[in-house]
Design a protein around this ligand. Structure first.
Ligand code: PXP
Length: 247
């Protein structure tokens, strides 16, 4: 089942720094190419409705210039669907999006919006995109993601990472167990399992060790760490920790 665990590097926050000055520097596409060279298996970028980091031009250039797969994160809106259908990225990850949130706070409530989401993702899958749904490690959400025809579920690791940072170790371990069980359950339904959000050098290994998890998507920490040790080294260390956990 296992195979190599893929690392998707999310470059959104290179764009956050660029946008702080309203200039063209630093360029997230340059960071994406460097990440590729440093061993990223894919690049992830989230085009938010308010364009607070990645912009439409970035997506266009990523599609043209990358040689690894692009995982395009987006909300389930008509505008984003049209953009995805125009570019046909390798993967589309459907995420919940609220304007007032700082980052993607929870998973998608698939079970509550099943019909609409089934119709929403069908044209994306028909266009050849692998459709992934970003959800909490929750049985009902996984079953709903499976029913609507998703190929992939990405399990939200944010709560696990937050509990770790807050030193709430009992809650952290309970959340990790939930992630482990739900990775197993999703895989048993035939879904490909990914995971991500908030992962750091300290939290990545337990998740990387789950044999059903095929891909981790990591952004904020890697871009932050790049300030101190450079992007290639920041990524190489994450890769090393993931490979060690897998072995
Ligand atoms: N996966 C998904 C679906 C996300 O929305 C994000 C954040 O954009 C990530 C992974 C990466 O999270 P982080 O930047 O905290 O590593």
């Amino acid at each position: 089942m296992t195979g190599k665990l893929r690392l998707g590097v999310n470059i959104d926050h290179v764009a956050t720094v660029r946008n702080a000055r309203g200039s063209a520097y630093p360029d997230p596409v340059r960071a994406a190419r460097l990440a590729e060279e440093a061993g990223a298996d894919g690049i992830t970028a989230h085009l938010r409705e308010d364009r607070r980091h990645i912009g439409d031009d970035d997506i266009e250039r990523l599609v043209e210039e990358l040689s690894v797969p692009l995982n395009f994160e987006m909300a389930a809106t008509d505008e984003m669907q049209a953009i995805a259908l125009q570019h046909k990225p390798h993967a589309v990850c459907i995420v919940p999006e609220k304007r007032e949130e700082r980052t993607t706070e929870g998973g998608l409530e698939v079970a509550k919006d099943e019909n609409r989401l089934a119709h929403f993702i069908a044209p994306l899958a028909d266009a050849g995109c692998r459709v992934s749904i970003f959800i909490a490690a929750d049985r009902a959400q996984i079953e709903a993601a499976n029913r609507i025809g998703a190929a992939v579920v990405e399990l939200h690791t944010g709560a696990y990472c937050d509990f770790h940072a807050e030193e709430k170790f009992e809650e952290r371990d309970a959340e990790l167990e939930r992630l482990r069980d739900m990775a197993h359950f999703a895989h048993s339904l035939g879904l490909e399992v990914h995971a991500g959000h908030g992962l750091t050098y300290d939290t990545v290994q337990p998740v990387a060790s789950f044999p059903e998890v095929m891909e981790l998507n990591i952004g904020h920490f890697l871009i932050g760490e790049a300030i101190f040790r450079g992007l290639p080294e920041s990524i190489a260390e994450m890769r090393r920790l993931m490979d060690d956990a897998r072995a």
